[in-house]
Design a protein around this ligand. Structure first.
Ligand code: GUN
Ligand code: ZN
Length: 429
């Protein structure tokens, strides 16, 4: 029989989206959660669960908050070792810092080293699932999936395809991008907790032929996610216009090649035209907000309020290493600050929802991860709401749960992550 584990603390689960309901009605607090066989079995009072399951191993977490592990739906794990590189905007940043680092991933040992380093760092920050770009090298995908598989982790990733406007060593072709991506899908899609995302980097680094090949591959594997970038910087949009003069707008460079769909994840989406907003909404695509990246690379302010109001599906992501952090707490803080600049402060419940259930929804995995409810996979974190003296002295004055949580959202980092469970197994971080 599988080992039963009882975690006690303040177990927070979402019953509704706090974008649709008052925050206090959106959440429910429980005293304890029982996990068994990698799944969440039951929520309830400590006394009831202990009586019903006397054989369960107990971990008491006092006043700490137990919530679903953070989900990061747009990252570049190969950019781990060049995060926080100074002074460039998108295109120069890619050419100066990103491409030279990504060239190293043809070496399987290096890819394995960075995969493990990245998964160690993110687990320490409480992130249990992510959707990552890899590099053009199939080795970079094998390394990442192998590392995640060893940890029992639910991850999504794909080979980043580029056949122009990148150094020669980082270019594939329409045909090799198709063949290698297809082979990786056949090897990995649905193995253990692994999913494949078809990954054209962005229109400027793909020819029309390559985008067409990616669209054909997606049509053959519609169960796969497809991830890319869209409308991140104004100079980039100008460049796309010059490369695809016949396209109606940036989104059209994907749409006309079959790369617009419900299983599509579009990173950044800051400077959208009305037609682009409408089409993304019509197909119910996922828009991924990357706030630390958008400020760090100087891209702009995502319209979270307007897009949520219009019913878009939205996830929250670090975009490591264009993003300046591995931490989803820091990412929530940046989303809050951008909300303030746009005149719409996000409630702490909305920030926590975006980093868990909302991001799971953006990956179309909200039936399995991103919340604490019976039947969901047991990816959980324990948040210490007084992890540093600065946070603790503020939290001590809190008069509500939300006042107690908000200082950790704004000022917390990996020190706030007291414990992490992935697939029902405790991870030492
Ligand atoms: N657009 C194309 N590639 C990238 C990347 O690696 N990071 C970011 N932030 N934007 C991109
Ligand atoms: Zn990105």
């Amino acid at each position: 029989m599988a080992q039963k584990t009882l975690l006690t603390g303040r177990v927070l689960s979402f019953e509704h989206s706090p974008f649709k309901t008052q925050p206090d009605q959106a959440v429910r607090l429980h005293e304890a959660v029982l996990i068994e066989g990698g799944k969440i079995q039951e929520l309830g009072s400590t006394a009831d669960l202990q009586t019903a399951h006397p054989e369960a191993a107990i971990h008491h977490h006092g006043e700490n908050l137990i919530l679903a592990g953070f989900i990061d739906p747009h990252v570049h794990y190969p950019q781990t070792a060049m995060i926080a590189s100074w002074g460039k905007r998108l295109i120069d940043w890619l050419n100066t810092y990103t491409f030279p680092e990504e060239m190293k991933f043809g070496n399987a040992d290096y890819a394995a080293e960075i995969s493990n380093r990245y998964l160690d760092l993110t687990a320490a920050h409480g992130t249990t699932t992510m959707c990552s770009f890899c590099t053009i090298h199939p080795e970079s995908v094998d390394a990442f999936f192998t590392a995640a598989q060893q940890r029992g982790q639910r991850v999504v990733a794909g080979k980043t395809c580029m056949d122009r406007n990148a150094p020669e060593d980082l270019r594939d072709t329409a045909q090799t991008a198709y063949d290698q991506s297809k082979a990786l899908i056949e090897k990995w899609q649905g193995v253990d907790r692994i999913s494949y995302a078809i990954t054209p980097r962005f229109s400027p680094t793909s020819t029309a032929e390559q985008l067409e090949a990616m669209g054909a591959l997606w049509a053959e594997h519609p169960d796969c996610l497809m991830q890319t970038h869209l409308s991140e910087q104004t100079d980039e949009i100008e460049w796309v216009r010059s490369l695809f003069p016949e396209a109606r707008d940036y989104l059209d460079t994907y749409e006309k090649f079959g790369l617009l769909g419900a299983n599509g994840l579009y990173g950044h989406v800051i400077h959208l035209e009305p037609r682009e907003r409408d089409r993304l909404r019509e197909v119910d695509a996922s828009l991924i907000h990357c706030p630390t990246s958008n400020t760090f690379i100087g891209s702009g302010l995502f319209d979270l309020h307007g897009l949520m109001r219009d019913g878009h599906r939205i996830g929250l992501a670090t975009d490591t290493g264009g993003g300046s952090s591995f931490s989803m707490l820091r990412t929530m803080a940046a989303a809050y600050e951008i909300g303030q600049l746009r005149g719409h402060p996000l409630h702490p419940a909305q920030l926590l929802w975006l980093g868990t259930a909302g991001s799971a929804r953006s990956l179309r995995m909200d039936d399995r991860i991103g919340n604490i409810a019976p039947g969901m996979e047991a990816d959980l974190i324990v948040l210490d709401l007084a992890s540093t003296p600065a946070i603790a002295q503020r939290e001590a004055n809190a008069e509500s749960l939300w006042e107690a949580v908000f200082p950790t959202i704004m000022m917390g980092d990996d020190r706030a992550i007291a414990d992490v469970w992935i697939g029902g197994r405790r991870v030492s971080t």
